[in-house]
Design a protein around this ligand. Structure first.
Ligand SMILES: [Zn+2]
Length: 138
């Protein structure tokens, strides 16, 4: 008897989230693991820059490549959720925790205005490399 294998459409197994985060290698794995667990996604598209929470708050920041990345991740890759991340000991954005928190919240709100139909979550990675939720905009 021939065993019939179920065909699995590649997109069925391709649930994604989008993550705007720092380039710092110390936070990538904790952040990806946290997002995969909390959002039940398989992949996390990473859009990174040095101190991303700071970049999102600069009035004249070069947003073009960031917005292009978010558009590809959401429209083409069908991401369902966008995350904005800041972290402890960020050398690309060396500001206090309070400032990071304000920037994560403001950055999440800025992205929400541009991508209204997507939930946006702001995350903080602390000194133990644990991920904490700062804000959630549904
Ligand atoms: Zn950083």
């Amino acid at each position: 008897m021939t065993k019939i294998l179920k065909y699995k459409h590649p997109l069925r197994d391709d649930h994604r989230a989008t993550c705007l985060t720092c380039m710092d290698g110390r936070i990538q794995i904790p952040v990806i693991n946290w997002i995969r667990r909390s959002s039940k996604v398989k992949y996390v598209d990473i859009i990174s820059g040095p101190g991303m929470d700071g970049i999102l708050n600069r009035p004249h920041a070069q947003m073009d490549s960031i917005l292009t990345g978010i558009k590809i991740s959401t429209k083409t890759n069908h991401s369902s959720h966008i995350f904005v991340v800041g972290h402890f000991d960020c050398r690309g954005n060396p500001v206090s925790y309070e400032t990071h928190k304000e920037q994560i919240i403001a950055g999440a709100k800025k992205i929400k205005k541009l991508f209204k139909s997507y939930p946006i979550t702001g995350l903080w990675v602390n000194s133990h490399w644990r991920v904490k939720k700062i804000i959630e905009l549904i």
